[in-house]
Design a protein around this ligand. Structure first.
Ligand code: DC
Length: 216
């Protein structure tokens, strides 16, 4: 079904600052913020905790079909639950970081989660962050951004957040997979945030949105 709602697509590699930028752009525009990575993380967490091997694609697909992954709107953001449980910080754990790129490379997983991501446009204007939002999920949106930063800066930012994350391994897997790899989407506005603070990045995004005709 066609929707009149609009989507701001924010892609980029791990720890590039997408989430902080998306949160602020959501606050400024009033659009619903959806972090698509959390859906891949939730499936990964659930599979690991049910003893399903992330490398066993058909078991992962069966697992996805057997769980109730619910994303509910709560105020301006979403609450993601698996079988009724809000997973919170578990989604950012080291064990999830280690396996999420393997799970998210499975075509059938992507087909299903992309379908759900597109459905959100029926309920609201959205800011969606991820790896393939401007290239695959919403290729027709005029509001596309690619947020980048040098590997050193990204590693530092992730370190500052605490937690362990092998960014270069995830980058490699996310960029080299066959289905919907991380790419700079065509016609996206690229921002290298290595030497910028969050306010500067947000201002740049908001200015570009106006240039691209977003009036809200
Ligand atoms: O944005 P993030 O680092 O929380 O995403 C976790 C993983 O999920 C990432 O390594 C690749 C996958 N992902 C994806 O394949 N497609 C998306 N749209 C979002 C995330």
């Amino acid at each position: 079904m066609e929707s009149k709602n609009r989507v701001i697509a924010i892609d980029g590699p791990a720890a590039s600052g997408k989430s902080s930028v998306s949160t602020r752009v959501s606050e400024r525009t009033g659009f619903l913020h959806i972090n698509s990575g959390l859906m891949y993380r939730a499936l990964t967490w659930s599979a690991l905790h049910s003893g399903v091997d992330p490398r066993d694609s058909s078991a992962i697909i069966d697992h996805l079909n057997s769980i109730d992954m619910d994303c509910r709107k709560s105020g301006k953001s979403l609450i993601l639950t698996i079988n009724g449980t809000d997973l919170g910080d578990e989604l950012k754990s080291h064990e999830v970081n280690l396996s999420v790129s393997i799970v998210s490379a499975i075509k059938e997983v992507r087909d299903e989660l992309v379908k759900r991501q597109r459905d959100y446009l029926q309920i609201s204007n959205i800011v969606m962050e991820g790896r393939d939002i401007g290239s695959v999920v919403f290729p027709d949106t005029p509001y596309k951004f690619y947020i980048d930063a040098s590997p050193e800066v990204r590693a530092k930012r992730r370190q500052g957040e605490g937690g362990q994350d092998d960014l270069s391994a995830r980058d490699k897997l996310d960029s080299s997979r066959k289905v919907s790899p991380l790419v700079v989407p065509k016609d996206s506005f690229v921002i290298d945030t290595s030497d910028m603070n969050l306010d500067e990045v947000v201002e740049k995004v908001m200015a570009e949105l106006i240039l691209r005709g977003l009036d809200n």
